[in-house]
Every structure is written in C-alpha cells, then in structure tokens.
Design a protein around this ligand. Structure first.
Ligand SMILES: [Ca+2]
Ligand SMILES: [Ca+2]
Length: 236
C-alpha cells in the first residue's frame, strides 16, 4: 500500500494559525486551529485494491481556547484528474488528546467523535461537523477523520503552499473496515507523519474552539475592563 499524490501549482500566501474574534455573539470568542491556507494543491488517498480506510489528522498545541466545538475538513482538490468524487460518503470526525504531550499521535486517545458527510469534494469547501464541546486537558491535541474510500480515490485535501509544517500532519489506515482510531499505531499503516511518505504539506483539517469554561468568564471580564478604560479616557 502506498500514498500516491498529484502535484499542481498555486501562489497563495499561507497564514499559519488564524485567530478569529467573533464579537457580538453569545459565544463571544472563537479560535480556529489550522495549518492550511484554505486551498489544496494536491490530495492523498490509499492505493489499495478493494478500497481502504484512510485516517488523516493534524496536530496542534493547545491554547487558551481549549474547548473544541467542531471540526472543519475539506476533501479532494480542484486540480484532480483522476479518482472518485466522494460527495455523499460518510466519515467520522475525531478529536484526540495527546497523553504524553509530545505532539505525536502514536499514543492518541479519542476524546469524542461525530459523523459527517462529504460535500463540495474538490472545491476547497470545508465541511463542519459539530462535536459535543470537549475541553482538551493535554498540551497538544489532534483532529482528523476516518473515511472508507474506494480505489482510486484521493479524499484527503493537502495544502502544499509554503510554509508547510513538518510533523504536524499524519496518516494511518489499512484495508476497508479495518481503520482503528482508538489505537492509531495498530493500523495496517501505523500512524506516521506525511513526510515519511515523501510528501510535504498539511491537511485541510481545522479545529474550532472556544475558551475552556473557567477561563471564559475571566476573558469576558478583561474585555469589559477594556471597554471601561476606553469610556474613562473619553471622559477625561
Ligand atoms: Ca494552498
Ligand atoms: Ca504523543
């Protein structure tokens, strides 16, 4: 089994880690953990007769926004000239903790999962799957998906625009139906960084987060303090 890939061209500037403030909403703050720039230059699948289970995941350092509320994933890429269109295929979105805190998922423990359905295949369109909001308590965490793919198919959208981030995007898998999200090292293809397959880039897999509940109040009070200070300055 190997990981085929097809290169194409792109000239987009990359933004490593977006930080988005959503003001005026009941959940006033949100952060997007992402490695990609929003466009895939390639996509990756497993070349296995009879189809395969593909697991793809990104590694992130846990910030103050540590409660993960949803996972956003894009599938395929616009320049594909071969492979199945997988619109309508169900997948499992997964949030894992990293017990030993090294950012590597060999020891990843599933925190929560949710089912999704692929849409917008090959259009850089993100499918967002809501999770039961789950607070990450380890210094790193992983988000990704398990999908059963036909052959040939290249479901995992792959951003290859510089800068790319080494040892942040991982792959695992095996025969169709065999994918093991609970022990990523126990797969036919044990979990490994994508670089170990000769590819450089990062998955279009993102985590959407809000502050952990106990810090949320403190953050809100800080914002009130800022507004108060501005009012005070206007009066003086
Ligand atoms: Ca790109
Ligand atoms: Ca680890």
């Amino acid at each position: 089994m190997n990981l085929p890939g097809r290169a194409t061209k792109c000239a987009f500037a990359a933004s490593a880690l977006a930080f988005t403030l959503l003001l005026g909403e009941p959940a006033a703050f949100a952060q997007v953990y992402q490695l990609d720039d929003g466009t895939a230059e390639n996509s990756v699948g497993l070349n296995q007769t009879g189809g395969a289970d593909l697991i793809a995941l990104n590694s992130f350092m846990t910030g103050p926004f540590s409660t993960i509320t949803s996972i956003s994933i894009a599938f395929g890429f616009p320049g594909a000239t071969t492979g199945a269109n997988m619109n309508g295929t169900t997948f499992t979105a997964v949030l894992w903790s990293d017990p030993n805190g090294d950012g590597l998922p060999g020891d990843a423990v599933v925190l929560t999962t949710a089912m999704g359905v692929v849409s917008g295949f090959g259009t850089n369109t993100f499918v967002t799957v809501s999770l039961t909001p789950t607070t990450v308590l380890t210094p790193n965490f992983f988000v990704g998906f398990l999908i059963t793919q036909p052959n040939p198919a290249f479901p995992a959208a792959f951003d290859q625009t510089a800068p790319t981030f080494v040892n942040r995007s991982f792959v695992a898998g095996g025969n169709a139906g065999s994918g093991n999200i609970n022990n990523l090292s126990a797969n036919g293809i044990p979990v490994a960084p994508i670089e170990s397959f000769g590819l450089s880039g990062n998955w279009l897999i993102r985590a959407n987060a809000v502050p952990e509940p106990s810090t949320y109040l403190l953050t809100g009070m800080g914002l009130l303090g800022l507004f108060g200070a501005r009012r005070f300055l206007r009066r003086s």
